[in-house]
Design a binder for this molecule. Structure first.
Ligand SMILES: [Ca+2]
Ligand SMILES: [Ca+2]
Ligand SMILES: [Ca+2]
Ligand SMILES: [Ca+2]
Length: 342
């Protein structure tokens, strides 16, 4: 009746505790009447999130065992994400009467969203056994970025300009945003996805890994702030930047003269305006929040039984978010600039 897992290092230490509990109260452990709690959660347990006002509930219901774990806590701005260029964020929450962990063994399967995300919890399934945390101990919410990419057409490894394996220390345009998450690597207001076109040879065949370099200065267009080499920065060749309501501002690609070539790629067109605002840098990031409790005690709600865990790993909450990354000081994004056409 006790389940000993094959890899105890990855499991919570409930088995040992429960064995000790049973050794101390041997008569109640072999009578077949008690419900054996397993607390079968680990770092890969997939948690979901409900939010209402300033209260969050992270939860999981195991569809095989009908074990339900939830962590309700007050933290108004919790989203499982963070902004900025840090790679992780740790939140520590005290366990008390407002921040509560609840373990339940349910009589039947249920949908976790319906069970935890309604004002009035459903009356079924029944709660066969319930443990609730007491005051004391902490929850650690370790939020980290699982993946992020600018999806700008240039593979991340090619955006490791200095080739040292660290993507965070390559910032070609010095705007504070590393190339691998910079959607406009030269800050010329032509997004890299529009500039990273692979070069073709005289027969029209793509030259793999070599990008178009209009002015043949050795710098591919997506890293070249003056693409046609006429000494007018590409962002300043956007002469129509506030003239055409059908076309968004800050887009040099739509400034086309009669030959069909945008001014920024035509070195005979040298008209210039001063534009000191750059397009916002939007990327999608995937985050993981690992939830671990330390030094917590649960009380069984129907008897005097209590369980103490020095470390209790609840699981992980995964989420993605589209974010505008912050620029270095002195760089004005269109979000900060307001109406640039006034
Ligand atoms: Ca940059
Ligand atoms: Ca980039
Ligand atoms: Ca660009
Ligand atoms: Ca130019």
């Amino acid at each position: 009746m006790f389940i000993i897992k094959s890899n105890p290092l990855l499991r919570n230490n409930y088995h040992f505790l429960f064995l000790v509990l049973c050794l101390l109260t041997a008569s109640s452990c072999d009578d077949g009447n008690i419900i054996v709690t397993t607390f079968d959660f680990d770092q890969d347990t997939p948690l979901s999130l409900c939010q209402q006002d300033d209260t969050n509930v992270l939860y999981y219901i195991n569809p095989q065992t009908n074990e339900a774990i939830s962590f309700q806590f007050s933290q108004g701005d919790f989203s499982g994400t963070f902004i900025g260029l840090d790679t992780s964020l740790t939140l520590t929450v005290d366990i008390n009467s407002s921040n509560v962990i609840t373990y339940r063994k349910l009589s039947d399967q249920t949908n976790g969203n319906e069970y935890y995300c309604q004002q009035v919890p459903p009356s079924s399934p029944q709660v066969l056994e319930e443990f609730v945390s007491t005051t004391g101990g902490t929850a650690t919410l370790f939020i980290s970025i699982e993946s992020q990419d600018d999806n700008d057409g240039v593979p991340a490894e090619l955006e490791d300009i200095n080739g040292d394996g660290n993507l965070l220390n390559d910032d070609s345009d010095g705007d504070g945003i590393p190339d691998f998450i910079d959607t406009d690597d030269d800050n010329d207001n032509v997004l890299t996805i529009s500039e990273e076109l692979e070069a073709v040879d005289d027969n029209g065949n793509v030259i793999s890994g070599q990008y178009v370099d209009t002015d043949l200065d050795g710098i591919p267009n997506y890293l070249d702030a003056d693409d046609d080499g006429d000494n007018i920065l590409t962002n300043n060749e956007d002469l129509n930047y506030c003239e055409d309501p059908e076309n968004p501002a800050l887009n040099p690609t739509n400034d086309v003269n009669v030959d069909g070539i945008p001014n920024y790629l035509n070195n005979t067109e040298t008209g210039s305006v001063t534009i000191n605002v750059v397009k916002r840098n939007t990327i999608t990031r995937a985050f993981i929040t690992q939830v671990v409790f330390n030094d917590i005690t649960f009380n069984n709600q129907s008897n005097a039984e209590s369980l103490t865990f020095s470390v209790f790993t609840m699981g992980r909450y995964d989420t993605t978010q589209s974010q505008n990354l912050p620029f270095a000081e002195g760089i004005i994004s269109e979000d900060e600039a307001g109406n640039i056409c006034q």
